[in-house]
Write a protein that binds this ligand. Structure first.
Ligand SMILES: NC(=O)c1ccc[n+]([C@@H]2O[C@H](COP(=O)([O-])OP(=O)(O)OC[C@H]3O[C@@H](n4cnc5c(N)ncnc54)[C@H](OP(=O)(O)O)[C@@H]3O)[C@@H](O)[C@H]2O)c1
Length: 247
């Protein structure tokens, strides 16, 4: 596991946006960031799940979070502009962006991959990540130091049979991380990195490997040190990297 012990006040006064905050890794990250002092903006498509996370953060005594309903499959540039305008008005800046939401699509050979599912996966896992990140850059520039974290995968580094659009979208995320990091190198307060969570006990993993025993997998909580490291000031100096949460 990534070896990092975060201090309790690591993210005090930071404003951090987490996509896919209602379930799985995004839910754990939102709660971990709040537990370290961050005001978390919970973005996702199922409001009831976001409300549960909101309540859990409040019960744990974390800073009051905010909810922004966002379906990244159908969202237009206008929706991302709306989000940026709301955040500008409410907070005036953004200190962190965790691009976490994603979908698996189907596991099937390229030869028989349904083009409509291909489009859906590329829309959510790649295009929407670009739209959102682009819209957030002006707000991230307002922070003293800011961190963008993209979510990669092992199949985004080495292609594997039947992973189709999911693998291709994650290769593209690795590329987007490198391109944006290079553009912002030495010219900005924003660092850009990706995390490969590794096999983690979530619904997505269970859908990909239905026969697997989930108890043998890392929990979402166990992989949080890497997320906290990249989001907080100890991650200064890490830029343009793709790190393994279970490395
Ligand atoms: N788990 C693993 O082993 C593993 C390994 C490598 C990489 N990853 C990556 O880690 C990230 C999180 O995955 P996970 O395992 O936590 O998956 P998950 O449990 O399926 O959670 C995915 C999250 O993304 C949200 N989401 C899906 N489609 C969306 C849309 N159209 N608009 C907005 N939000 C949407 C989901 O919202 P709803 O709950 O409302 O559906 C959910 O909150 C993904 O990028 C995944 O590719 C996971």
């Amino acid at each position: 596991m990534f070896d990092y012990q975060a201090p309790d006040n690591l993210l005090n006064d930071r404003i951090i946006l987490v996509t896919g905050a209602g379930a799985g890794i995004g839910r754990a990250a939102a709660k971990a960031f709040a537990a370290k002092g961050a005001t978390v903006i919970l973005a996702g498509r199922t409001v009831a799940k976001l409300e549960e996370v909101y309540d859990e953060i409040e019960e744990d005594g974390g800073p009051q979070p905010a909810i922004f309903p966002l379906n990244m499959e159908g969202a237009s540039a206008h929706d991302y502009e709306n989000l940026a305008a709301t955040l500008e008005k409410e907070f005036g800046r953004l200190d962190g962006l965790l691009n976490n939401a994603g979908i698996l699509g189907v596991r099937t050979p390229i030869e028989s991959y349904d083009p409509s599912i291909w489009d859906q996966v590329i829309q959510v896992n790649l295009n929407a990540q670009f739209y959102l990140t682009q819209a957030m850059i002006p707000l991230l520039r307002q922070a003293e130091e800011a961190s963008i974290v993209f979510t990669s995968s092992g199949v985004g580094r080495t292609g594997k049979a039947y992973w189709g659009a999911y693998a291709v979208s994650k290769f593209a995320i690795e590329g987007l991380t490198q391109v944006l990091a290079d553009e912002l190198e030495n010219t900005s307060n924003i660092r850009v990195n990706a995390i490969n969570p590794g096999a983690t006990r979530t619904n997505m993993r269970a859908n990909a490997y239905p026969a697997e025993d989930p108890n043998r997998l890392a929990t979402v909580e166990a992989i949080m040190p890497a997320y906290l490291y990249l989001m907080g000031p100890d991650g200064r100096g890490t830029h343009g990297q793709s790190i393994d949460a279970q490395g």
